[in-house]
Design a binder for this molecule. Sequence first.
Ligand code: MF3
Ligand code: CO
Ligand code: CO
Length: 309
Amino acid sequence: MDTMLQSMRRSLYSFLKMNIKETKLNYSVVYPGRVSPQIHYKSIPEHVKCPPYYMTGKPSQQYSIDIKSEEEIARLRRTCKLAKSILNQCQELIKPGVTTDEIDKLVTQLSFDAGAYPSPLNYRKFPKSVCTSVNNCICHGIPDDRPLENGDIVNVDVTVYRENVHGDCSFTYMVGDVDASGKRLIEVSQQSLQVGLDHCGPGKPFSGIGKAIEEFLMTTEFSGVPAFTGHGIGSYFHGPPDIYHCRNDYPGMMSPGMVFTVEPAVSEGTSSLQILRDGWTAVTKDNSRSAQFEHTILITDDGYEALTV
Ligand code: MF3
Ligand code: CO
Ligand code: CO
């Protein structure tokens, strides 16, 4: 529950922002553009080992939280490291004029070159290899022909599959000069991931992550987006546990050998969202910007290890 002071501060912030928005936005509201044709599974290079859903789009269900063996952890370390390396290489493309489709082509090429499958491709029929979410898009943005503009913020979410396991990470980049509130949004969203990670370790409750993130965001001018959760990951892309980024009573404790993601999305305005007709693109209802950072982590005997480094 907000204290009186916190709620007064929040309404003052939103009042001030409302008035700023009425005068002039410092960024573009983004709408989906043209999506280039999906890669056909028959044109995936033969040396790439594909996940079970690559043809049908239907992943197999994972019902329980699995404890990874040392051997699987070694594979996860390598795959997660590759995901982060591809994500880092995307940074070089982040400049005005570059389309998100070009980012997608780079992720596809780097994945194939490394003998990996870009996990989003045809996952539940997602049409591209990476999610690119610009400004008011919260997550699951589909790469298209829109060129990045000076002042944009763009989340690039890279997941790859190699050695029979997935590694998942994302980062929000600035395109050219971003206004002060956009910079602050990115900073707070990165901090909220760290706050979540600070509550990860053996014997700690899963629910502690969201509680800490919510309490942290309460002290800022921004709000969390509760609709999207982190997830267990391994031989499957998404499975239990669900990692809430808000107050919750999800049961259970973390144990050594568990691997999951933490990926809080933070909005400059409302936390309510709309999924566009493409079935994927999640945008804020008030067109405010959203930022997100994600790591895949392993619970160890004495804390956690970020694998996407
Ligand atoms: N990488 C996203 C996550 O963090 C999931 C994307 S699902 C996709 O969980 F199909 F859109 F790729
Ligand atoms: Co991701
Ligand atoms: Co994820």
